[in-house]
Design a protein around this ligand. Structure first.
Ligand code: PNS
Length: 158
């Protein structure tokens, strides 16, 4: 079965990569769908994010990456995959995910959500956190793939 892993990935972190790896063990094929989150102002362009995702998951089998500029449900309706994966970390993720899941299901009843719990190692890793660390010149190696580390350092040097 094929599943969709949507997100804004600004930028992709090892927390996301871990979810992708674990999802491939459950679902046969994963499509990472890079989208915009209208609630967030991205640091990286969609093309920069796309390149970083592709490089970060290149060694994981049965994973592809696509860009989608509309609603998630529009993507789901046009796809043969109807399962959407999201990662969950702290309790604070839950409220937002619950709201998004129920809204999306109203618009697309065939959509099903699957939540994967983060690995303890990545409990506090988020794209916002790594951007903050990068801004103050902190160590990034543990949290993001090398291509993302370089891109963050470059962004904040500019
Ligand atoms: O990684 P993020 O920022 O938590 O991902 C959020 C994302 C991109 C999945 C969400 O913002 C989204 O679905 N954006 C597309 C617009 C959409 O479908 N909005 C309806 C959500 S109720």
């Amino acid at each position: 079965m094929k599943a969709i892993y949507p997100g804004s990935f600004d930028p992709i972190t090892y927390g996301h990569v871990d979810i992708v790896k674990r999802a491939t063990k459950i679902f046969g094929e994963i499509t990472i769908v890079l989208m915009n989150n209208p609630r967030k102002n991205p640091l990286f362009s969609i093309d920069e994010r796309f390149e970083m995702i592709k490089e970060s998951v290149k060694d994981i089998k049965n994973v592809d990456v696509e860009i989608h500029k509309g609603l998630l449900v529009q993507y789901v309706k046009s796809s043969s995959a109807k399962v959407v994966i999201r990662g969950l970390r702290a309790l604070e993720d839950f409220e937002y995910e619950f709201e998004m899941a129920l809204t999306n299901r109203q618009m697309c009843p065939e959509l099903e959500m699957a939540y994967l719990m983060t690995d303890l190692k990545y409990l506090f890793v988020s794209s916002s956190m790594v951007k903050e660390i990068a801004q103050f010149g902190g160590e990034l190696k543990k949290w993001v793939p090398p291509i993302v580390e370089k891109a963050l350092q470059k962004k904040f040097r500019q």
